[in-house]
Write a protein that binds this ligand. Sequence first.
Ligand code: WT7
Length: 678
Amino acid sequence: MSEKDKDEVSEAQIAVHWQEENYYHPSPQFSAQANMTDPSIFERFSLENFPECFKEYADLLTWDQYWHTTLDTSDAPCWKWFVGGKINASYNCVDRHLKQHKNKAAIIYVPEPMDEPHVTLTYQALYVRVNEMAALLRDFAGLKAGDRVTLHLPMTPDLPVTMLACARLGVIHSEVFAGFSGKACGERAADSGSNILITIDSYYRGGHLLDHQEKLADSIKASEANGQKIDKVLVFRRYPGKHSSKIPMLEGRDYFIDELLKDYQGKRVDPVSLPAEAPLFMMYTSGTTGKPKGCLHGIGGYLSYATATSKYVQDIHPEDVYWCMADIGWITGHSYIVYGPLALAASSVMYEGVPNYPDAGRPWKIAEELDVNIFHTAPTTVRMLRKAGPDEPKKYNYHFKHMTTVGEPIEPQVWKWYHEVVGKGEAVIVDTYWQTETGGFLCSTLPGFQAMKPGSAGPGMPGIHPVIFDENGNEVEQGSGIAGNLCIKNPWPGVFQTIWGDRDRYVENYFGKYCKNRDSKDWRDWPYFTGDAGMQAEDGYYRVLGRVDDVINVAGHRLGTKELESACMVVDAVAEASVVPISDELKGTVPVIYISLKPNFQASTEIEQAIIRAIESEIGKIARPRHVYIVPDMPKTRSGKIMRRVLGSISNRADVGDITTLANPEVVEEIRKMVQED
Ligand code: WT7
């Protein structure tokens, strides 16, 4: 880029220095069995055929009544899909499979303790449990269609059973990740207006039976402080019949579910036939600022999108053993452990605990035992497993045909380890880019016929038409490699319907920036803004550079934190890298780099120098960091995302704020000492 061009770089633009990677191709064996091998799907799902193309997805479901309007835009940008249709999600994920698959594993549950046996719920067993739970929710808790209920449940089968029981009644479930505090749960319960809270006494994590009921008092307090009374608390027990919490039950409010269920044995509840656009669930997501947003997803649109993407991108066939090692407390688990796979009558594995308990070989041991052949996880977990046990996968005799990564950009170095070592060079990989708000994948390769490119998510999915805008709303030239704000031109069935109770925020956040006419009822006037910076390479593949507010502006040069981090990974000793800006009088901001090392490497100035050299050669002198700190561990959220905010505050000597929800709050003080007493 010439000096002159540099001055003309718009706000939305981020300099892209990341090298293009080589393609990897799916094996002929994979392609021969893939669910989608027909490139003409992109023609069928072209904008000319929008929105009717999505009929193909909706037809994967069983409808009580067929719809008359594919997309209703009358309340733009709150889109309604498949209007006129009637449907039930629980019926689609359970009942409709009984005829052919009642004896097939729906959920294979792996408890964390090594000495507890796996639990298999067949479709028939799931049907029985969902019905009895639905009867309890309706007749004991008094819940009916349209009511909200808050779940604060970890990874036991009780969670999908409860979700499907809610779906059977049309009750809107709002699951709060079990790792979140009681306060976080209570605030969300209040925001959603839930008067019923469903929790569990305890669960295993990292070798300990955690007392989860301990959080209940804070939930109730926070909910009431925000104006919502909780009338009943329904408590699962990790070991039915045995209370594993030191917290006593409050009479008249708290009830053991296993005791209540005795009254509902053998009960059957007809699935309630609901309008396609009725809400199925809400899921809270944190914005960069402000209170969490309750993203509302509708039954017909969401379920058809989750089902179709599970079929064509996850490539799930009836005979596969599919394992998504996410937590159902996140959207990934909703779409790709529960709703998508079960709608396809798949066998979905769920694991209670942490991936490295008792050691970093656990996932591969589970894969071997269950003969898992589709595996789904996040880059943060891949990095952790690579750090803790780089050679572990080789010790286990499993074979994946397919692997997924989701949640953040994956560094090419890490991708290659995932491919060569975890995937044994045999598995295809899909890098799936999406959001809580989007219900399902936005960008990914279709694994049967599109090549993989490490570090790139891939092209837009069929029927998803991405566009990159600059700050002024001009379209960045397609395939130009110029970065900008990543948007989607059109609505799609999986997109959320609104933010619970805050339509204005929904419109402002996701559509405000690029909508030219707020009165318009034409979807073409309402591009969806993802909040991510991205670029499209010549081959049409998108690379996500991170949230637009996560960029570092060095001397007017916007650098994506992710590509700086990726450059660090070129140094062999590096396990994880995190880059934050600190203010600089001359350059505005400059990067500071935090590094954690693989086992058997010691911090040294050689490693620090190697990292600086890597940044200079991969990106340029402009990005030369002020400091490289080699730290024992990164501050992380319970879901494994590195908390750049905390590192940023330490670097800038600002208040680190609330760190109580971190997985490892103790490292914060260690890092602070290292940096501030430097
Ligand atoms: C944000 C959404 C999608 C389920 C889990 C996260 C980032 C997500 C990728 C990917 C690059 C990615 C984006 C997005 N992201 N997937 N494959 N490559 N970035 O859901 O918590 O709603 O986060 O995660 O920045 O906006 P979420």
